[in-house]
Write a protein that binds this ligand. Structure first.
Ligand code: PMP
Length: 409
């Protein structure tokens, strides 16, 4: 049985007390807490076989290489990749998107080409495209969304034309929490512009809903390890192998070459071609453990719990005087995040008062300034839930929010 009260025991940080009180962690969308099994797997790399990979012809190095490549396999299986060779380890989702915008963008985007994204995108999936358009004199189009995060799908034919080369959007918005119907959007886009590269930012989706790269039909999917119970410093780019073969390397150096001479170079095949230098070995291994952890809990159980807890939060929070909840009203189309504002109270002050009660929430523009400007608000507060979030956590948060309202208004 899926019981968040038992699952809490997996997370050492939740045993910590600050000022004599336990922590209510409602900021998993910023970074998730790490379960013991992830910490242990990383610890054992450093204690038992911390050699460099792909290079040494001795036991420890071979062991490290095997564990690193096993982690790639685990990630590949988790997202239904055809082969683990389609999985590139990077630092985080941001680096993954920059890699595509640079490697693909520098070579295949020309003056006058179209690049389209949504106004609700995180800066990580907005600025690299905006800057690529600027570099290449391409056209940058931004599709508007409403307060719920929905966009009018008939607008796709206005914002995507036959000259559109890139369409980048997040499967789940980190502010509005909306879950987009990725496969149907990809299908529509490809119908209008078959050559258009579709990039899905799965940073808020991975570990919360099934990420099936084939069912989605996208060309590239990126995400960070640290939002799916893995460590910081590791992220993933999945891309079709043919695309990886076509793209030039993002960085140059050791480990990504086949042969180097003074006047000649040939590169290794993907994924090595995109992993120059010593990678984040312990972090990749930790990410593999995070995948095992999610699989052991079961994605469908995780999703069900997160839906129930977000529904509970919405129900309790809607009674707070002057509150506005953003994003979809139905839990079917909502992930584990809930952004809100309260009339007459600044989100930063709310977060500060909650912090005094050891409740961790996010306040600000959540790296989505264009969205906030578009909605006519300067900032929002946001709670985000995880497998260990309980109704008691939400009750404490609501009590603290009511306290903030009475103190600050
Ligand atoms: N996309 C989305 C939707 C996000 O929520 C985030 C992180 N908040 C990112 C991209 C960037 O992730 P990272 O900072 O790990 O690169």
């Amino acid at each position: 049985m899926f019981d968040p009260k038992i699952i809490r025991n997996d997370f050492p940080l939740l045993k910590r007390y600050i000022h004599g009180r336990p922590i209510v962690y409602l900021d998993s969308a910023a970074t998730s807490l790490k379960p013991e099994c992830v910490l242990q797997r990383m610890d054992s790399y450093y204690r038992e076989y911390s050699a460099n990979i792909h290079r040494g012809i001795y036991h420890l190095s071979e062991e490290a290489t095997t564990r690193y490549e096993e982690a790639r396999e685990r990630v590949g299986n988790f997202i239904h990749a055809n082969s683990s060779k389609e999985v590139i380890f990077v630092r985080n989702a941001t680096e993954g998107i920059n890699m595509i915008a640079t490697s693909f963008g520098n070579e295949y985007i020309y003056e006058g080409d179209g690049i389209t994204t949504l106004i609700s995108e995180h800066h990580a999936n907005f600025v690299p495209w905006q800057q690529l358009a600027k570099r290449k004199n391409a056209r940058f189009y931004v599709l508007p969304v409403n307060k719920k995060g929905e966009f009018d799908q008939t607008l796709l034919s206005k914002y995507i034309t036959q000259s559109t080369k890139v369409f980048a959007f997040a499967a789940i918005s980190n502010v509005l929490g909306i879950i987009h119907d990725v496969s149907s959007i990809v299908h529509r886009v490809k119908k209008i512009s078959p050559q258009c590269l579709v990039i899905v930012d799965a940073a808020q989706a991975i570990g919360h809903i099934p990420v099936d790269v084939h069912a989605w039909g996208a060309d590239v999917v990126v995400f960070s390890g640290h939002k799916m119970f893995g460590p910081t410093g590791i992220g993933v780019v999945w891309a079709r192998y043919a695309l990886l073969e076509r793209m030039s390397p993002y960085q140059y150096g050791g480990d990504m070459i086949r042969e180097v001479r003074v006047d000649h170079i040939s590169f290794a095949d993907p994924p090595q071609k995109f992993e120059a230098g010593t990678p984040a070995i312990a972090e990749a291994i930790g990410l593999g453990a995070a995948v095992d952890y999610i699989n052991a809990l079961g994605l469908s159980s995780i999703r069900l719990h997160e839906q129930q807890i977000i529904a509970y939060a919405m129900e309790q929070m809607k009674n707070i005087d002057g509150i506005h909840l953003y994003g979809p009203e139905t839990i079917e189309s909502r992930g584990a995040v809930l952004a809100f504002s309260i009339d007459g109270v600044h989100p930063h002050d709310i977060a500060q008062i909650l912090s005094d009660d050891n409740i961790c929430i996010r306040a600000g523009h959540h790296c989505a300034m264009p969205l906030h400007t578009h909605l006519g608000i300067s900032a929002t507060a946001r709670i985000s839930c995880s497998v260990f979030t309980t109704e008691e956590d939400i009750d404490q948060c609501v009590a603290s929010l009511n306290k903030a309202v009475s103190l600050l208004r």
